[in-house]
Write a protein that binds this ligand. Structure first.
Ligand code: ADP
Ligand code: MG
Length: 392
C-alpha cells in the first residue's frame, strides 16, 4: 500500500516522508514522532496520520499505543512544547524534574510547572497506589543476568523471582583497584543486550568512563564467550555498536554528560537498559583535594548523583556506579578501607556492594547494604573469557 492511500496524506507529505526514508504505512507506524517532525510533518499531523493507518488496519494496529509528547499535556501548546524541547525537556522528564529546576533551567513559571506535573500525575492515577499493586509492579520489573551464575544467585530475589541486575534500580560496586569493578561493568554492557529468553533485556548500554579503562577488546572477549555458551547470534560488531561510550575528563564534563544522557534518552526511552559510571567519584576526589573544599565537593557530588537517580526513575534504566576505597586510619581491626564519598555516596545506591580480591583469579563480592538482599557474599573469577561463576 502506498503512503498516499492513507486518508489525509497528500503527495507533498508523502514526498517529504520518502526523502526521510519512510515509504509505506508500516514504516510510518514504526518511526518516532521526532523523526517524522524532522521530515517536516508536525507531531500533531503525524499523530492524525497514524490514527488513519490504525483505522485502516485495525487488525494490525489495534493495539498501537501512540507516543505521548509534551503537547498531550493540557495547557502546553505547540510553541511551548517546541521551546521546552529545544532546552532538552521531554514528557518523561517533565514529571521527575524538580519545580525549581523547571523554573531556572527550562523557563517555566512555578505555577505552570506545578500544573503540568499534576496533570501527568493524574494521568497515571495519582500519587498513591496500594502496597499490593505496588508489589506487583516491583515484581514485574525485569532483571538481567551478570553472565555468571554465582552472581545471579547472590542477587536473586525469591519473592519477585528475579536474578541479577534489576532495571530501574541503582547499584554501587566499591572496592580497591583490581577488585573487579570495571570487569563487572564491562560484562553488564554485554549481558544487558542478550534477548529476554537468554536472560538479558535486549537493550543497549551507556558507559561513562572517567578513568580511561574501558576496553572494547575486553567486551569482544566477553561477548565471544557468551555467544558461544548461550548460542547467541548477535554479531560482535553490533554488540560493540550498542554500547554508547563517553570519556569524562573532569567532574564538570561528567556532570555535563549526565545531563545530556537525561535529555537524549527522551528520544529513545525504551532502547537502553543500563547506565554505567566507572568510577563515579574519582574526579570529585581528585579535584576537591583540600580540606576546605569538602563541603563543596559533597554538594556537587550530591547533585550529580541525583541526576543519575533521575535517569533510573525517569527511564527505568539500571544505574551502576563504581567507587574507590580509601584507607581508614580510624579502623584498627578488620578491613581498614572505606568507600569514598562519605554519607552522600553511602546513601545513594539501592544496593551497595563491596568487592575484594581473593586468591588468584578469585574475587569476593559482599552485599553491604540493600533493602531486599541479605548481607551475603558471592565469589566470581576473572579470566580471559570475562567474569565467570565460582563455587568456592
Ligand atoms: P578495578 O576494580 O580496579 O576496576 P578491574 O575490574 O579492572 O579492577 O579488574 C582488573 C583485573 O581483571 C586484573 O587485575 C586482572 O586480574 C583481571 N583481568 C583483566 N583483563 C583480563 C584478561 N584479559 N584476562 C584475564 N584477567 C583479566
Ligand atoms: Mg576500574
Amino acid at each position: 500500500m502506498a503512503l498516499t492511500d492513507v486518508p489525509g496524506l497528500g503527495p507533498k507529505s508523502a514526498e517529504s516522508l520518502k526523502a526521510g526514508g519512510i515509504t509505506n504505512p508500516a514504516e510510518l507506524m514504526a518511526a518516532s514522532l521526532a523523526d517524522i517532525e524532522i521530515m517536516g510533518i508536525s507531531r500533531s499531523i503525524g499523530k492524525k496520520l497514524r490514527e488513519s493507518v490504525t483505522s485502516l488496519f485495525p487488525d494490525i494496529y489495534g493495539d498501537f499505543i501512540e507516543e505521548q509528547s509534551l503537547e498531550d499535556i493540557e495547557g502546553i501548546g505547540p510553541t511551548t512544547a517546541k521551546a521546552l524541547r529545544e532546552k532538552g525537556m521531554n514528557i518523561h522528564l517533565l514529571e521527575t524534574t524538580p519545580v525549581r529546576e523547571l523554573e531556572e533551567k527550562y523557563g517555566l513559571t512555578s505555577n505552570s510547572a506545578i500544573k503540568y506535573q499534576s496533570a501527568l500525575t493524574d494521568a497515571r492515577g495519582g500519587f498513591f497506589t496500594d502496597a499490593l499493586t505496588f508489589r506487583d509492579k516491583v515484581a514485574s520489573t525485569p532483571a538481567f543476568t551478570f553472565g555468571a551464575e554465582s552472581l545471579d544467585q547472590l542477587f536473586s530475589i525469591t519473592e519477585y523471582q528475579t536474578q541479577g541486575i534489576r532495571a530501574g534500580e541503582s547499584y554501587e560496586f566499591f572496592g580497591s583497584f583490581r577488585s573487579g569493578k570495571s570487569q563487572l561493568c564491562h560484562q553488564l554492557c554485554v549481558t544487558v543486550q542478550l534477548p529476554r529468553e537468554l536472560g538479558g533485556l535486549g537493550r543497549k548500554a551507556i558507559y561513562v568512563d572517567t578513568e580511561g579503562t574501558f576496553s572494547p577488546s575486553r567486551i569482544t572477549q566477553m561477548a565471544t564467550r557468551l555467544k558461544a555458551e548461550l548460542g547467541w547470534d548477535k554479531p560482535v560488531e553490533k554488540i560493540l555498536q550498542d554500547i554508547q561510550y563517553a570519556r569524562s575528563k573532569n567532574s564538570d564534563m561528567q556532570m555535563g554528560i549526565a545531563s545530556k544522557i537525561l535529555e537524549l534518552l527522551g528520544e529513545a526511552p525504551q532502547e537502553y537498559g543500563i547506565l554505567i559510571v566507572d568510577s563515579v567519584t574519582a574526579h570529585f576526589r581528585a579535584e576537591y583535594a583540600g580540606r576546605g573544599t569538602l563541603a563543596e565537593r559533597q554538594q556537587t557530588l550530591n547533585h550529580h548523583l541525583s541526576i543519575l537517580h533521575r535517569v533510573a526513575d525517569t527511564y527505568g534504566l539500571a544505574v551502576v556506579v563504581t567507587n574507590q576505597v580509601q584507607a581508614n586510619p580510624a579502623q584498627f581491626f578488620g578491613d581498614p578501607t572505606t568507600a569514598v564519598g562519605g554519607n552522600i555516596m553511602g546513601h545513594w545506591a539501592t544496593h551497595r556492594c563491596y568487592l575484594r580480591k581473593s586468591k588468584g583469579e578469585k574475587r569476593v563480592i559482599r552485599i553491604y547494604d540493600s533493602p531486599v538482599l541479605g548481607e551475603l557474599e558471592g565469589v566470581f573469577e576473572i579470566t580471559e573469557e570475562g567474569v565467570l561463576t565460582s563455587t568456592e
